[in-house]
Design a protein around this ligand. Structure first.
Ligand SMILES: [Zn+2]
Length: 300
């Protein structure tokens, strides 16, 4: 009898523990959504343990064309703050936010960037790839810190401190990129990629990028555009064409074959690599890309 009541007491105790477990484990962190992996890494670097982050377009994903799932809509609906790149990168985001019923702040990380435009199929379009200039990256970080602090004033000081340290690391990386590319002769500073994602990088660090597809991966390259690019490659002696991690490799292989060039390594433009890969953070993206670009240009 005594033993049975002990057993019952133990059962009741463990049942109570089970019932109370969800309440004790309740997540009080700020719920944050970032639209794509590069921005997600920046938000994580600033938000640290104070935020619970959902990144919509993950590693190797294409942020230009994305079909959100019901789970994505749920994450947005539950968010305290949403971060997007802006500059027209995430055309799908407007509808996702509308359909989710989310009414909270939407922070464009590129706010204040001096945007670039380019001609695409006869129209002038805004180039959204501003993060490829590390100077702009520091602006993104400032916007992210301000957005997090506004949504969670109690942790504002932590966000400010993390952003300051991260911004300093970005400045160091920026100086490293300039030093790495310093010795590339001006006549050899030309690179072919699959889509036009490196306009800001080119402007910041003095490299001309050519691509058969415009600033969005949505467009198909025209036959005339391909022919023009092949002729340009032959006349300028460009010998290397780069893959991008999130774009179709077929186009690049065709270009290389037609122009007698070889396919270089992989550049990370619009998405990070999966964790453990060569470019699983914003800063490591440059660690991967810059030596690839330098070797290709010096080999011309
Ligand atoms: Zn892109």
């Amino acid at each position: 009898m005594h033993r049975r009541s002990l057993l019952r007491a133990a059962l009741v105790a463990s049942l109570l523990l089970l019932l109370s477990a969800p309440a004790r484990a309740a997540d009080t962190r700020l719920r944050v959504v970032a639209s794509f992996s590069v921005l997600g890494d920046m938000v994580k670097s600033v938000g640290g343990d104070h935020i619970a982050l959902t990144t919509l377009v993950g590693p190797d994903g294409d942020a230009h064309v994305f079909e959100p799932t019901p789970a994505d809509a749920k994450a947005v609906a539950a968010a305290d703050v949403v971060f997007v790149n802006g500059l027209g990168l995430e055309g799908w985001m407007v509808r996702l936010i509308e359909s989710s019923g989310y009414r909270g702040p939407v922070v464009a990380a590129s706010d204040g960037v001096k945007s670039r435009t380019m001609e695409e199929n006869g129209a002038t379009v805004t180039d959204p790839h501003a993060w490829q200039d590390l100077g702009n990256g520091r602006l993104y970080v400032a916007n992210v810190a301000a957005g997090l602090a506004a949504a969670d004033p109690a942790d504002a000081e932590a966000y400010r401190a993390a952003a300051a340290a991260y911004s300093a690391a970005i400045a160091v990386k920026d100086a490293w990129v300039r030093a790495e590319l310093k010795d590339v002769p001006s006549g050899q500073r030309r690179i072919i990629t699959s889509h036009d994602a490196f306009g800001y990088f080119g402007a910041a660090y003095g490299v001309t990028f050519l691509a058969p597809v415009g600033v969005s991966t949505e467009a198909e390259p025209s036959a005339a555009g391909m022919a023009r690019l092949i002729a340009q490659m032959r006349s300028t002696g460009i010998k290397v064409v780069f893959f991008e991690n999130m774009a179709s490799p077929k186009l690049v292989a065709t270009l290389a074959g037609e122009a007698g060039a070889r396919v270089g390594g992989t550049l990370f433009s619009d998405a990070l690599s999966p964790p453990g890969g060569p470019a699983d953070t914003y800063l490591k993206m440059f660690d991967n890309n810059v030596p690839e670009l330098k070797a290709a240009m010096l080999g011309m």
